[in-house]
Design a binder for this molecule. Sequence first.
Ligand code: ATP
Ligand code: MG
Length: 438
Amino acid sequence: MTKKTIAANKYNIDNSQISADALYVVEKLQEHGYDAYIVGGGIRDLLLGKQPKDFDIVTRATPEAIRKVFRRNSIIIGRRFKLVHVFFDNVNPNKFVNNRPILERHIIEVSTYRSNKVHKHTLSEHGRIMLDNNYGNQKEDAIRRDFTINALYYDPVAEKIIDYQNGLKDIENRCIKVIGKARTRYIEDPVRMLRAIRLSIKLGLDIDKESLKPIEELKHLLLNESKGRMYEEMLKILLSGYSVECINALIKLNLPHNTFSLLDKVFFKSQPDQLALNILAKTDQRLKETPDVSLVFILSGLLWNNIYNDYMELLTKGDSAMESFYESVATQKEYAYHCGIAKNMFSSISDIWLMQLEFEYPNIKKIDRLLGTPRFRQAWHLYTSRHEIGQVDPKLYQWWSSYMEANDDERITLHEELKRILQIGNKPATKKKRRTRT
Ligand code: ATP
Ligand code: MG
């Protein structure tokens, strides 16, 4: 492939859409005599008229040389392949703690050109690349990338785009095309199949025929991927802003059982989990307005019905609500770890679950304290989602809604009303037997 250099003004790229931190990193590297480009999603999304979610930078400077440029504001990360994180502590004018705006850390990832020259011993028995740590030049870096539209380099100072793989043509045709032979590139890294599907949905692009064809034959290779990598990929789907559409596309593709353990249990069955679907649909909607969504909340919703079904079963065996609930959370813990959820993440998720019990068996003395706990809003959102599928007592739900809106005087009256509701309905949960928090 030949290198093409194109003036960016042909494509209406507006540098004001690029983060000031990313521009600073490019300028600084260039001042020190290195080349530096915005690559991947950053330039691809700008060309498609979308606001990129981040801006990755690539340069010929080695990680050690990059560190010399940014010094204390940078660190080298990664063992398999070293990258540099350049960090900026920016004031967020919209977030305050004790009336002071808070500092937020923004990271720009800078990588050195990589080459895809693979030595035989770095391939696994499935043909997968096991080591990937060769530095290379820009042309080699373009070849090792996954799709032509992801192999564009933008220099925001010279306002020029460099294209080795006809990526600009594919942007114009709104088409995702694997670089090289799709079958070989998927065998090298099966996750590329998932990336093609997620990006096609998120960006509204078609997958080129030749890039689509091998997926059916090779999708089973995803089962060999590590738990961690698949978990990361699942998070990208959940936070893509198009999670419901992505999951529907994956269902249509008939992925092998257990490709994504967690999504499998929730969606890949005859009766998909309506509560989980509603939560994802709301998250997709929210992501159109703000990037500020909580992964803890999303995961608490995806796993909730596992807990709930277990809980209901134990209740029918005659255990107390509290015992049954703690027992179900304990069972879920192993499964969550198996799906790749980290311990501290599970601990926060179980906080949201445990508050469901407090909503269902309110204790007048504890209500005001509950309202002030850090995860209350998220627990309330889960309770609301449960209400929407008819899983909670509507009178009690109504009571909680009124209580949250009420002033102090109204709350006194509402305490009396709660006593009446509880006399008719929910018996208090008995003392808890054991804690399952990690
Ligand atoms: P997103 O909008 O989801 O961030 P992205 O394309 O920027 O999309 P990243 O995971 O941030 O995705 O990757 C940055 C770039 O690295 C990609 O654009 C692509 O050029 C390259 N890349 C990422 N994953 C792979 C892969 N599995 N194989 C080859 N190249 C990849
Ligand atoms: Mg990216």
